[in-house]
Design a protein around this ligand. Structure first.
Ligand code: HEM
Ligand code: HEM
Length: 537
């Protein structure tokens, strides 16, 4: 019998054809691989969040092999001599073992913790980019809401993870959480005893938090992130205005091969940075804190950075108890307002913002082109105000450390925080609004008089003038939320092209693929005012 010769070169093609005949994948796959993505550094922030989440999953699974989620008391007998012979929970002992006795355990713990910090930081900065560029506007309000939920689910992931090692800091955090739950009127006691299975700390909270941390919360995050990124695919990404870019198309790179290779490389970079941090920089050295004992909590016990604003709001809240004379009398403790009501308001405001802005500006159209922060001074001012509010609260979360290091009275710090929280946000709004208007005026001046050259000329009559270089005809004008903006904005010397490209990518890449992207939207009326984009308002 004659055997057929094995044609290695034809194998990939044959396999692909075989797979397509069975699963009909070629058409959808071609569509996916040909998808065009706009390119800008600020679009990488969401990716940093995504990649650090993947690293959290990988390192978290490793930790799960060695971590013991139990509060049964054991006597520590591992390698860390100062704690040998100390009674502690099995959870704390296993975390110490991961740090000292499991091969590669410490770097994995530290990578897990650093990536958690990076994950939350990336989420917050990504959220700021979405806000300040107006990417949350119609049709992307749903993704903004899903994003806002992602922040809080990430917050819970971080908090439950921080509690797992069951060291002194974990216990302090859990104690505060139980106090917050207890402060909720009517249901507080029930909620607390249901979660802790009786009085704090009980014997079950660590195993419950473990299930939440390694199963429920990651599952929720995976589901929400899938819908979030799925929506970015179906709604298509926004882009900065530029030559050839309109509200109805997408200009950028195809998914395959360039975009996918770039993303793969970027993932490696993020992984490498986190591995370096996990290997070189100590984080959460739980062996210094000892097992949790309520009476050894010290000053300078700090949560991770993204929880500090709530710590700050608790510290700034005056000790106002509200007594309600029902039955034997009822008390609402002051803790309830800064830790339950305030986050509730913050979530509500964030979720509502796209709709509030659309209502205020009466702009209900779809927007696929981004705005620069200066183009919408009111929004940028509101963002600066919110950011200042968070920064004052976060700094107040460390007010004991600041008071101690700078020899300031802690009471003075508390009062500075209270006054700062009321005065600084409106001030930030005012200053930011003015800066935006100033920048707009500058743009207009460049448009009218050209670019400053720095060359001073003396005229025959003795006057000095600065020579302005008119914008050349090659500098197309771009439609920008109704305003006409010159392509060349600032004279930045030799750094100019680099910096301009970084902040304001107006060059069309050679042979950039253009896809018909978005469904047609109503055209922008010429020079229409959007929001308070009018500098004379
Ligand atoms: C786990 C957290 C998150 C992950 C992994 C994530 C991931 C991403 C990715 C990969 C993109 C596309 C690339 C980009 O524009 O950066 C994106 C876009 C987007 N994200 Fe997120 N994100 C997260 C949280 C948030 C939050 C907190 C918000 C806002 C509250 C948000 C709102 C949006 C919106 C509106 C878009 C569409 C932007 C556009 O088309 O210009 N995301 N997200
Ligand atoms: C967004 C997701 C996650 C965040 C923000 C997060 C955050 C954290 C943090 C801050 C810690 C404390 C680390 C330390 O001891 O210094 C921790 C511990 C831990 N995490 Fe996660 N984590 C996440 C996902 C996961 C996943 C998916 C798993 C497993 C499947 C996991 C398993 C663990 C385990 C076993 C510990 C205890 C390790 C120890 O003893 O230190 N985590 N997590």
């Amino acid at each position: 019998m004659k055997r057929r010769k094995l044609d290695v070169a034809a194998m990939p093609g044959r396999t692909a054809r075989g797979l397509d005949e069975r699963f009909n994948g070629a058409t959808p796959l071609r569509k996916l691989l040909n998808k065009v993505f706009p390119d800008h550094w600020s679009f990488l922030l969401g990716e940093i969040a995504l990649f650090s989440f993947i690293i959290l999953l990988i390192t978290g699974v490793f930790l799960t092999f060695f971590y013991e989620p139990a509060m049964t008391e054991v006597i520590y007998n591992g390698s860390y001599a100062p704690l040998r012979g100390t009674p502690m929970s099995a959870a704390y002992a296993s975390s110490l073992n991961i740090s000292f006795d499991v091969r590669g355990g410490l770097i994995m713990r530290q990578m897990h913790h650093w990536s958690a910090l990076l994950f939350m930081a990336a989420i917050v900065v990504h959220m700021m980019r979405i806000f300040f560029t107006g990417a949350f506007r119609k049709p992307r309000e749903t993704n903004w809401i899903i994003g806002s939920l992602l922040f809080w689910v990430g917050f819970l992931a971080g908090f439950t993870g921080y509690s797992l090692p069951d060291d002194g800091l974990s216990g302090t955090g859990l104690r505060i959480a139980s106090a917050i739950m207890l402060s909720i009127p009517v249901i507080g006691t029930w909620v607390t005893s249901a979660i802790f299975d009786g009085e704090f700390p009980g014997t079950i909270i660590i195993s419950r938090f473990f299930i939440a941390h390694v199963l429920l919360i990651p599952a929720l995050l995976v589901a929400l992130i899938s819908v979030h990124v799925g929506l970015v695919f179906t709604q298509k990404h926004t882009q900065w205005p530029g030559p050839g870019r309109t509200n109805n198309n997408v200009v950028g790179e195809r998914m395959f091969p360039r975009y996918i290779i770039k993303q793969g490389g970027f993932f490696m970079v993020i992984f490498g940075v986190i591995a370096l941090m996990g290997g070189l920089f100590q984080i959460n050295p739980i062996w210094y804190f000892g097992p949790y004992e309520a009476w050894v909590v010290s000053a300078a016990s700090q949560p991770d950075w993204y929880v500090m604003f709530l710590d700050g709001s608790t510290r700034l809240m005056p000790a106002w108890e509200i007594h309600i004379p029902i039955g034997d009398g009822y008390v609402i403790p002051p803790l309830f307002w800064p830790t339950v009501v305030l986050p509730g308001i913050l979530v509500g405001l964030a979720v509502m913002y796209p709709f509030l802005e659309a209502r205020k500006t009466k702009d209900y159209r779809s927007h696929n082109l981004l705005q620069r922060p200066r183009d919408n001074p009111s929004r940028t001012g509101v963002g600066a105000m919110a950011l200042t509010f968070y920064i004052v609260l976060t700094l107040s979360g460390a007010n004991d450390v600041i008071a101690d290091k700078f020899h300031i009275s802690l009471n003075a710090m508390t009062w500075a925080g209270r006054i700062g929280l009321l005065i600084l946000p409106p001030l930030a709004y005012y200053i930011t609004h003015r800066i935006c208007l100033g920048l707009q005026q500058h743009d207009r001046e460049v448009l009218a008089h050209g670019v400053e050259t720095g060359i001073i000329r003396r005229l025959p009559d003795g006057r000095f003038v600065e020579v302005h270089q008119p914008l050349s005809s090659g500098h197309e004008e771009l439609e920008y939320a109704g305003w006409v903006v010159p392509k060349k904005m600032n004279r930045l010397g030799a750094l100019g092209p680099a910096i301009r490209g970084f902040f304001y990518p107006i060059e069309k890449p050679a042979e950039a693929p253009v896809s018909p992207g978005h469904p047609p939207v109503e055209p922008l009326p010429e020079r229409e005012k959007i929001g308070s984009g009018d500098q004379r308002s």
